[in-house]
Design a protein around this ligand. Structure first.
Ligand SMILES: Nc1ncnc2c1ncn2[C@@H]1O[C@H](COP(=O)(O)OP(=O)(O)OP(=O)(O)O)[C@@H](O)[C@H]1O
Length: 197
């Protein structure tokens, strides 16, 4: 369970959070709110991309470290090295997390990504970039999966696979999506609706 305790955070000139408190209790949680309210920023804070100005993020009651090993993030805020091929990045990822090759290859095939692995990351379509991020997030060990508009550019067939893969994920998932209905239909609970501080 992920708990936010008295979180304060300013990004540029915007005060996004001023004493935010919330517990994400369900295994599948939806984070809602209008454009620009801070959903992506909150997921980035949980993942350790940003540092809170004050307050705490707790995982199973213990403070999350700045670069939490528990949390895996799929977000456009994560910049992948555009000069590398997707295959080279996955090889690096495999080494980084000491992963066996088969699960990655199988996932790439299921997502229809394997024929694009030779492309530079900067040349990947937005749907294929989302698949690459999902593949990386699902293959590394994690207890918490953070999905920021993670399937918005995927075609219908890939979305079917996306939902199957989420079903198989054993940990907690916190997702943002402007297609909330689809997530609710798939068992996600609207957990937190952000409003201006
Ligand atoms: N690097 C930055 N510097 C300053 N302000 C930023 C920066 N990145 C984002 N912002 C601002 O912070 C606010 C929150 O952005 P964020 O992307 O977290 O919102 P969001 O709720 O995810 O929006 P959307 O639904 O459009 O994806 C926005 O007003 C945005 O303009």
């Amino acid at each position: 369970m992920l708990t936010i305790s008295d979180l304060h955070f300013q990004l540029g000139q915007r005060q996004l959070f001023l004493g935010l408190n919330h517990s994400f209790e369900e295994p599948r949680c939806l984070l809602l709110g209008p454009n620009g309210i801070g959903k992506s920023s909150l997921l980035a804070l949980i993942a350790g991309l940003y540092r809170p100005d004050a307050g705490q993020l707790l995982w199973q009651g213990k403070p999350l470290p700045q670069a939490p090993n528990q949390a895996s993030l799929c977000s456009a805020l994560v910049t992948l090295p555009g000069f590398m091929s997707a295959r080279a990045l996955l090889e690096y990822w495999r080494g980084q997390w000491q992963l066996p090759p088969e699960p990655m290859a199988t996932l790439a095939q299921r997502l229809g990504l394997e024929i694009h692995l030779g492309q530079s990351i900067s040349h990947l379509s937005s749907g294929n970039l989302q698949k690459l991020q999902l593949l990386m997030a699902l293959t590394r060990p994690s207890e918490l999966l953070l999905l920021d508009e993670a399937n918005s550019a995927m075609d219908q067939a890939s979305r079917e696979v996306f939902w199957q893969l989420l079903d198989d994920y054993p940990g907690q998932i916190i997702a943002t999506s402007h297609e909330a209905e689809e997530f609710i239909e798939k068992g996600f609970e609207p957990s937190l609706r952000l409003s201006p501080p």
